[in-house]
Design a binder for this molecule. Structure first.
Ligand code: PXG
Length: 478
């Protein structure tokens, strides 16, 4: 099936008041047919998606998106965990427009630089914790983690420690979908489709208390035990062969899994003891999600490298970065060529948008509000709404991110045998109720824009409650 643009008639969409500005050119049916004919979606079963038809999202403002049928949907996921300042901020559009006219592109490879990338780097150094003063740029979180590997290997090689090659990561971690990102991540279904993987990457178990703690272990004991798997693995491989450990401060795509309080201090102790670099993948946690600028500040540890993307530009344009602790930057800066870079490293338009975005987060005190007001309110409302719910086993999170564990028997931590199916049922109830909530197995995830108000939080919580009640009812559990 193939369509020529000019052959398709303009169809007026349904137009509620807030919808009037949309320049929608086609009917939903036409959009769906073209999408099915020509577009391969990420992480999707295209056969069944094409039969069902995608939702066409045409407009967004604040914390809401609208589909091509005129439905107003509250976005409990900030896009894909990225639209931190909310949709429709003119400041970001203006920054992109001005930069495109002034200098739409120039590279930073051959002894050149430009104002937006300089301003962005200086601003990041101001906003990040004190030891982070150097930044390398790319286009995504996946490329950020590829860059992390390159920096880690250069760091050890230039000090003559060539054997330090192994990188330890975690099962059910997510670090992107390039070959390096996918190998670092611990998603079995991705590994199965990647016969070629990056060498010398091994995984330990995740700190997922509800799902994986056995016996009578307390969360604190379990956190320590899971961290100590790192030590065991280092001793097995030999510390002289281990370059780095990488983890998300809290696992995002894996289900908003918040580790017990004992976990990160123990991981840090082990990394220091064996002289191993500690990498925090801040792609989701960075830029205010937990109420701190970076999630490692929430968990109180000090990484050597941080991976950044998503909230760096609030998703308005693609950009990723890696922040280097002074002790790593010194080695990279003083030891000759670092042979890594991308055409769009430090892209001027992306950098200009990032600067405008970070200034909004800083000057409007958006992250302070998450920490002192909307974050605690969101966490409290969720816990009150789902206290003693027959299928909600546990709620994890801080600030404006949360994971709700659906479980067959919450009290005994018994999960559903077919967890993914239950999550999908619940996600569909959410979508039909005009709430976007993501399912990861049998965990329901929320990560709304950081500008959300208390009233909008109430809307999310009441819609989530309806969807989870409907799920319990469908399962015959009350
Ligand atoms: N690290 C982390 C912690 C991430 O969450 C990446 C790296 C890769 O970033 P890019 O920009 O290359 O996608 C991510 C991305 C989901 C979902 O369904 C999560 C991500 C991406 C797409 C979907 O939860 N996280």
């Amino acid at each position: 099936m193939s369509y020529r643009t000019e052959e398709v008639a303009y169809v007026q969409p349904a137009q509620p008041a807030a919808f009037a500005q949309v320049s929608q050119q086609r009917s939903t049916a036409e959009y769906r047919a073209l999408d099915a004919a020509h577009h391969i979606h990420p992480f999707s079963d295209m056969g069944s998606l094409n039969k069902a038809g995608s939702r066409v999202i045409v407009k967004a403002k604040g914390v809401y998106v609208w589909d091509s049928e005129g439905n107003q949907i509250i976005d409990g996921m900030a896009g894909l965990w990225c639209v931190n300042v909310g949709y429709g901020r003119k400041e970001l559009a203006d920054a992109a427009y001005r930069q495109m006219l002034e200098l739409p592109y120039y590279n930073t490879f051959f002894k050149t630089t430009h104002p937006p990338v300089i301003e962005l780097s200086a601003l990041l150094a101001e906003l990040a914790p004190a030891p982070f003063n150097h930044f390398f740029y790319c286009n995504s979180g996946s490329e950020g983690n590829d860059t992390v590997l390159r920096i880690v290997h250069q760091f050890w090689a230039t000090q003559g420690k060539h054997a330090k090659r192994y990188v330890i990561s975690r099962k059910n971690g997510y670090h992107g979908s390039t070959i390096a990102g996918g190998t670092l991540g611990g998603m079995g279904y991705m590994h199965e489709q990647m016969p070629s993987k990056v060498e010398n990457i091994v995984h330990i178990d995740q700190p997922y208390y509800f799902g994986e703690a056995e016996g009578n272990l307390t969360p604190e004991e379990f956190g320590l035990a899971r961290a100590q798997q790192l030590e065991a693995r280092i001793l097995e491989i030999g510390a002289e062969n281990v370059a780095a450990f990488i983890g998300e401060p809290f696992q995002g795509a894996g289900g908003v899994i918040f580790p017990p309080s004992t976990y990160w201090p123990e991981i840090q102790r082990i990394c220091r003891k064996y002289d191993i670099l500690l990498v925090a993948d801040e792609v989701i946690g960075g830029f205010g999600r937990t109420g701190e600028w970076f999630a490692h500040q929430h968990f109180e540890f000090e990484p050597d490298l941080i991976t950044l993307a998503k909230g760096l530009t609030s998703g308005y344009v693609p950009m990723g970065a890696v922040g280097l602790h002074d002790r790593v930057a010194k080695v990279i800066v003083e030891n000759g060529d670092f042979n890594h870079g991308l055409t769009y490293s430090g892209h001027p338009v992306a950098a200009a948008v990032a600067v405008a975005n970070l200034k909004l987060l800083r000057d409007e005190k958006i992250i302070e509000r998450v920490k002192t007001d909307t974050g605690p309110y969101f966490q409290k409302q969720l816990r009150e709404a789902f206290a003693n719910h027959p299928i909600v086993g546990d709620i994890s999170g801080a600030g404006l991110v949360a994971g709700l564990q659906l479980a067959q028997e919450p009290k005994t931590r018994k999960r559903f045998a077919n967890g993914g199916e239950v999550g999908t049922i619940c996600r569909d109830f959410c979508f039909n109720g005009n709430l976007i909530m993501r399912a990861s197995g049998d965990r329901m995830l929320l990560s709304p824009p950081l500008v959300i108000t208390r009233q909008e939080i109430d809307e999310i919580v009441s819609k989530a409650k309806k969807a989870i009640d409907a799920t319990a009812q469908q399962l015959g559990i009350s």
